[in-house]
Design a protein. Structure first.
Length: 260
């Protein structure tokens, strides 16, 4: 029985096909059509599904492996803040396969399918597979979700807790809204953002009370506007910017409640 050629040789034999698949991915991603790509393939050419995954795990994701330099370069694409682009809150520490490796082995080493993420978002996404244009996650490389405010914070009646929800910018398509809602719900961002905002809100109550008493409401408003500007410069749709928008939108009532 003739033995199979070395994996490296066989992988090199499908390199052109892998490049073709990458170009197809790049064509589909901006149109929310990644769900149309073939999944659950047994093999690409002479390389099996399991072997394709093995190329990533053993020859790319492992430190000192031959392809680790590519892995490392992708890990620094998100800039100096190193925040997970899925939640915008926690530092990233791993690479997530946007289309899961278990179902889309053809894209297991495709750079545009590899997203720096935090372990928590990676775990929540797990092996979710889009079935339509409406149940994709927001793709950090292809979706411009940072130019519009689509996350809303709302202070409760006691001014002591914050809840989060999504809203639809007027120029968004139904598919964009559905995609954002899916992303927001599946990654449990409402709960995550409410947790982070609780401490911030408690600290700001003390700061704003003191500032208003000594400098007046106009200076307090200016302080909050600067806080909002700083938060927006980092991520307009993470938890902090919507929190400061909510405080500013109800500032007189908020300050009055603090003084009671």
């Amino acid at each position: 029985m003739q033995s199979q050629p070395d994996l490296k040789v066989r992988f090199e034999s499908i390199a052109q096909e892998i490049n073709t698949r990458e170009n197809t991915y790049i064509d589909h991603a901006p149109k929310y059509d990644l769900h149309l790509l073939p999944k659950d393939e047994v093999a690409i050419g002479s390389v099996t599904n399991k072997e394709l995954v093995k190329v990533y795990t053993d020859r790319m994701a492992k430190e000192k492996a031959a392809g680790y330099s590519i892995y490392s370069r992708i890990m620094v694409t998100q800039g100096d803040l190193k925040m997970c682009p899925y939640c915008g809150t926690r530092p990233f520490n791993t690479l997530d396969h946007f289309l899961p490796e278990s179902r889309y082995p053809a894209y297991v080493v495709t750079p545009c399918n590899l997203i720096p993420s935090c372990s928590e978002c990676n775990k929540e996404k797990h092996a979710d597979v889009p079935s339509s244009q409406n149940d994709h996650y927001i793709h950090p490389y292809f979706d411009d979700d940072t130019s519009s405010e689509w996350v809303i914070a709302e202070l409760d009646a006691t001014w002591s807790a914050v809840s989060y929800r999504t809203t639809s910018p007027t120029h968004w398509s139904p598919e964009q809204l559905a995609r954002a809602q899916h992303h927001f719900d599946q990654l449990k961002l409402a709960e995550l953002y409410a947790t982070y905002s609780a401490d911030e809100l408690a600290c700001q109550k003390l700061t704003l009370t003191s500032l208003t008493e000594t400098a007046g409401i106009d200076i307090t408003r200016l302080h909050l506007e600067k806080q909002l500007e700083a938060a927006r410069s980092i991520n307009v749709n993470s938890w902090k910017a919507p929190l400061y928008r909510a405080i500013l939108n109800s500032l007189p009532d908020f300050l009055e409640a603090l003084s009671d």
